[in-house]
Design a protein around this ligand. Structure first.
Ligand SMILES: Nc1ncnc2c1ncn2[C@@H]1O[C@H](COP(=O)(O)OP(=O)(O)OP(=O)(O)O)[C@@H](O)[C@H]1O
Length: 207
């Protein structure tokens, strides 16, 4: 479960506005977050992950206070242990596929399972620049799952995948989310394509 009530002043091209989100994400739910471009969806995920500081508010996740600005509590992003799939993948240019996975976990059977999920078993010595856009995106997804996170934040995670690959991956991801009992937030411009795994929706209206 994630209980969020935050405010953050945004610096936009057309002046400034305020991102306000007050929402309870149920334990084990998969929520799609949508809204107009520039509304603050990416910024919201980064605030939950502890990568961007909210101006005011609180975040509680699985009964642990991550943020409480009134009481000066602000857990580091490492302590929050979220799985984050960044819009630009944020892969390490000098690390191979396998090194990305081993950097996150020592659990070999889990690495093998995730490599199979991402269809990257035969590409383990490849570095990001030797992978296609879709392969890079699948690496970003399985790397995020490597720590077996209970909170998973995904920013447009399927944008580089074709329809067939998306459908196949979606089925497997649904099972993994359930097995991890994870609470999952997915920012998507195409929430319709996620219907098979998503059971909640949050609209961020913009400023
Ligand atoms: N750390 C920050 N502090 C203040 N403002 C920020 C910060 N990061 C981004 N912004 C501003 O917040 C606004 C929203 O950006 P953001 O990327 O969160 O929107 P988005 O809803 O994800 O957009 P898109 O759908 O186009 O990806 C932008 O105007 C951006 O300049």
């Amino acid at each position: 479960m994630i209980d969020v009530n935050i405010e953050k002043r945004l610096k936009g091209y057309s002046g400034a506005g305020t991102l306000k989100v007050k929402h309870k994400f149920a334990a084990g739910s998969v929520t799609t977050i949508h809204g107009p471009s520039g509304a603050g969806k990416t910024t919201f995920l980064k605030i939950v992950a502890g990568l961007v500081q909210a101006d005011a508010g609180m975040i509680t996740a699985n009964n642990v206070t991550w943020l409480d600005t009134g009481n000066k509590i602000n857990l580091s992003s490492q302590a929050r242990r979220v799985g984050f799939v960044f819009q630009d993948y944020a892969l390490f240019p000098n690390m191979s596929v396998m090194q990305h996975m081993q950097f996150a976990t020592t659990d070999k059977p889990w690495i093998d399972k995730l490599l199979h999920l991402g269809k990257l078993e035969t590409l383990t010595i490849h570095k990001p620049h030797q992978l296609s856009g879709g392969q890079q995106q699948r690496l970003a997804i399985i790397r995020a799952l490597a720590i077996k996170p209970q909170i998973i934040l995904m920013d447009e995670p399927f944008s580089a995948l074709d329809k067939a690959m998306k459908a196949e991956l979606m089925d497997d991801l649904g099972s993994i989310f359930s097995a991890l009992c994870a609470t999952v937030l997915i920012v998507s411009h195409n929430p319709d394509e996620l219907v098979s795994i998503v059971n909640e929706e949050l609209y961020i209206a913009g400023v």
